[in-house]
Design a protein around this ligand. Structure first.
Ligand code: ADP
Ligand code: MG
Ligand code: ZN
Length: 585
C-alpha cells in the first residue's frame, strides 16, 4: 500500500460499521455469549451492548452513551471476563464501586477495589495481584484520586502493562472529566495519563448523558485519539414530562394529592434542594399519611441503605431525596419522579427524571418551578464555571410554553429530533397553544427602572425585593417614578425570569462569610430599552395558576388575566390580538 503524505479524511463510524460489530461471529463471540448466560444469567443483549463489547474486544477506544439503568457495566465486565489479565475500572464513588463489587461477588466474578478506605493489607494483596500471572481478579475498581495520587499504583500498572496483563480500561461516568458535564470532578482531569502511558490498552468511557461537546472535551482530557461513540436512543417514550408553577404554600399539598391519588400504591421519588428540605418535605408528607422517608448525603451509610431497601421492597412509597439519591439505584418500577425544586441543569434533570419508568411502563416526571428556587440554586452553583449557564438552560426549559419538552432536551443534547415522536407525552404537546404572546416592553422598562433607581442609591435588590417593589410593597423609595404594576405576582416573576434569561438583567453575587446573596443588576441588553423602537415580547402560559385550582375550575381561575391596557394599542401585534380574542372565550 502506498503511504502518501496526504491522508484521506478520517472515515466516521457508519451504520454498516455498526452492523458489522453487531454480529456474533468474532473469535470471542462464543465465549461472550456463554458467559452472558452462565455468569450474568442473562439471555439477551440489550441494544448496543453487543456492539460495544465487540468493539472493546477488537481493541477500539469507545465512548458509550446509554441512559442510566440500561446496562453499561456489562459492556466492560464481559470483555474483562473474556480477556487475559484484568480490567482497570475508574469510578467516581466508593459506594458505586461497592455496589458493583457486591453484585460481582454474587455472580462469582473475582473483583477488587483500591480506594481511600482500603486497609494496608488489602492494598498489598491487590497490588501484588496486578502483576500475578495467575490473575487472581478480573476487575480492579479504583477512584480517580488513586490514579492521581498513588505512585505505587501507577508503577504496578506499568509493570502489568509490560507483562500484557492490563487488558482494558473503563472510565465510568466519563462526563465527570469535563467541566461542561453535569458532575465535574477535578481528579478525572488527570486521567489522560492512562492512555498516554498505556496506549495499547483499549479504553471505554461510559456515561448516561453527554453532549457531543462534552464528549469532545472528554476525548481531549483522556488523550484518546479516535474513539468510536455509540449512543443509545436518548428519548424515553414512556415518560410524561410536565412543569408546574410552584406555589410554595400548596406545593406539598399538590404533591401529596398526586401521591395519594394518581400514584396510589406506586413507588416514586421526590427530589428536593437541600438536606433540610428532604427532612421537612418527608415530614410534611408523613403528616398527610404518606409513607415517605428522607435520603441525603449526610445520613449514616446504614440509614441510607435502610431507606433504599425499604423503598425497593415497597415498604415505603416515596423517598424524599437530594441528588445524593441517584447513582446505583436501579429500581425498575418507579412510576413518578417529582422535582420539588428544579434541577441545576438539564443534564441533571434528564438523569434524575430518567430514574422513572425503567421497566418501560408509563411514568410521570413533574417539575415544580418556583421563582425563589432559581436564586437558591444560582448561589449554590456560584463557584462552578458553567453553573449559571447550565441553570439558565434548565430555567428556560421550565419557562418554555411552546416547545415540546422532549424537543428542548433533544436540542440540548444535540440529538436529531422529530417533533411527532413525543406522542403528546409532555404537557406542552398535550395542552398545545395554551399561551399568550405578550408585549412586555413597558413592563420591562418599569422593572428595569426599579433596579436602576436602587443602584443609583447604592442599593442592591434581591429578585424578591424587586418583585415586591414592583407590586407596590416594601419601601416607597424603590418605586418613586414607577406605577404599581397591574400584573399578578406570578406574571411579575415570569417577566423577571424572561428578562434575566434574555440579558436585560444579570446576576450580581455578593459574598458574606456565611452565605452568598443573589441580587439583580442591569444586564448587557438593558440599555436597549432606552431606545423607543426596542420592543420585547414573551410567551406566557395561560394557566399560571396552580394545577389544583385549574382542575377545579377550568373556566375562571385558570384564565390568565391579560392586561390589555398595559399594552399600547400601536404595539399590539396581530398574534397578541388573536390569542387574546381566543382566550376571552
Ligand atoms: P447503567 O450503568 O447503564 O446505569 P447497569 O450496568 O448498572 O446500568 O445495569 C442496570 C441493570 O440492568 C442491572 O440490574 C443489570 O443486571 C441489568 N442488565 C444489564 N444488561 C442486561 C441485559 N442484557 N438484559 C437484562 N438486564 C440487563
Ligand atoms: Mg453505571
Ligand atoms: Zn412534547
Amino acid at each position: 500500500q502506498p503511504s502518501g503524505s496526504s491522508k484521506p479524511p478520517k472515515p466516521s463510524f457508519s451504520k454498516q460499521d455498526l452492523e458489522h460489530y453487531e454480529e456474533s461471529d468474532f473469535s470471542w463471540s462464543k465465549e461472550v455469549q456463554a458467559k452472558l448466560c452462565s455468569v450474568f444469567q442473562l439471555s439477551n443483549f440489550r441494544p448496543l451492548q453487543r456492539a460495544a463489547i465487540n468493539l472493546s474486544m477488537s481493541g477500539k477506544d469507545l465512548f458509550l452513551v446509554m441512559p442510566t439503568g440500561r446496562g453499561k457495566s456489562l459492556c466492560y465486565q464481559l470483555p474483562a471476563l473474556c480477556s487475559k489479565g484484568f480490567t482497570l475500572v475508574i469510578a467516581p464513588l466508593v459506594s458505586l464501586m461497592e455496589d458493583q463489587l457486591m453484585y460481582l461477588k454474587s455472580v462469582d466474578v473475582p473483583a477488587v477495589t483500591l480506594n481511600a478506605s482500603s486497609t494496608k493489607e488489602d492494598s498489598k494483596r491487590v497490588l501484588a495481584g496486578m502483576i500475578d500471572k495467575n490473575n487472581p481478579f478480573k476487575l480492579l475498581y479504583v477512584t480517580p484520586e488513586k490514579i492521581a495520587k498513588s505512585k505505587l499504583l501507577m508503577s504496578k500498572l506499568d509493570k502489568a502493562y509490560n507483562m500484557g496483563l492490563l487488558a482494558h480500561i473503563a472510565v465510568d461516568e466519563v462526563h465527570c472529566c469535563s467541566q461542561w458535564g453535569h458532575d465535574f470532578r477535578p481528579d478525572y482531569k488527570l486521567l489522560g495519563i492512562l492512555k498516554r502511558q498505556f496506549p495499547k490498552v483499549p479504553l471505554v468511557g461510559l456515561t448516561a448523558t453527554a453532549t457531543s461537546n462534552v464528549l469532545k472535551d472528554c476525548q481531549k482530557i483522556l488523550c484518546v485519539q479516535e474513539p468510536i461513540t455509540l449512543t443509545a436512543p436518548f428519548n424515553r417514550p414512556n415518560l410524561y414530562y410536565e412543569v408546574r408553577f410552584k406555589d410554595n404554600e400548596d406545593c406539598t399539598d399538590q404533591i401529596a394529592q398526586l401521591i395519594r391519588e394518581r400514584y396510589k400504591n406506586q413507588s416514586g421519588i421526590v427530589y428536593v434542594f437541600s438536606q433540610k428540605d428532604a427532612a421537612a418535605v418527608a415530614t410534611d408528607l408523613q403528616k398527610r399519611n404518606i409513607l415517605a422517608q428522607p435520603y441525603h448525603a449526610n445520613m449514616e451509610p446504614s440509614d441510607k441503605s435502610l431507606v433504599h431497601q425499604r423503598w425497593s421492597s415497597k415498604k415505603i412509597q416515596v423517598v424524599v431525596a437530594t441528588v445524593a439519591f441517584g447513582m446505583g439505584i436501579d429500581k425498575a418500577d418507579v412510576r413518578f419522579v417529582i422535582h420539588h425544586t428544579i434541577s441545576k441543569s438539564i443534564e441533571n434533570y434528564y438523569q434524575e427524571s430518567g430514574r422513572a419508568g425503567r421497566d418501560d411502563g408509563s411514568a410521570d416526571c413533574i417539575v415544580f418551578f418556583g421563582f425563589a428556587d432559581i436564586f437558591r440554586i444560582s448561589t449554590m452553583v456560584v463557584m462552578e464555571n458553567t453553573g449559571q449557564q447550565k441553570l439558565q438552560n434548565m430555567v428556560a426549559y421550565c419557562q418554555n410554553v411552546d416547545r415540546c419538552r422532549r424537543a428542548m432536551m433533544a436540542i440540548h443534547f444535540d440529538e436529531v429530533w422529530n417533533d411527532d415522536e413525543c406522542n403528546q407525552m409532555c404537557d406542552v404537546c398535550r395542552h398545545g397553544n395554551d399561551y399568550i404572546t405578550m408585549d412586555i416592553t413597558k413592563h420591562a422598562r418599569d422593572v428595569v427602572t426599579i433596579v436602576e433607581m436602587a443602584s443609583s442609591m447604592d442599593e442592591k435588590l434581591t429578585p424578591l425585593k424587586v418583585c415586591d417593589a414592583w407590586l407596590g410593597k416594601g419601601p416607597a423609595k424603590h418605586r418613586k417614578t414607577i406605577k404599581v404594576t397591574s400584573l399578578s405576582r406570578l406574571e411579575v416573576e415570569s417577566v423577571i425570569i424572561h428578562l434575566l434569561l434574555h440579558g436585560y438583567f444579570s446576576e450580581d453575587f455578593s459574598f458574606t462569610p456565611y452565605t452568598t446573596h443573589f441580587y439583580l443588576k442591569l444586564g448587557r441588553k438593558a440599555a436597549l430599552l432606552k431606545n423607543d423602537n426596542h420592543s420585547i415580547t414573551m410567551k406566557m402560559r395561560r394557566r399560571v395558576m396552580s394545577h389544583a385550582t385549574v382542575s377545579q375550575s377550568i373556566n375562571s381561575a385558570e384564565v390568565f388575566i391579560f392586561h390589555m391596557q398595559a399594552v399600547p394599542k400601536a404595539q399590539e401585534g396581530r398574534e397578541i390580538r388573536e390569542n387574546h380574542s381566543k382566550r376571552i372565550l
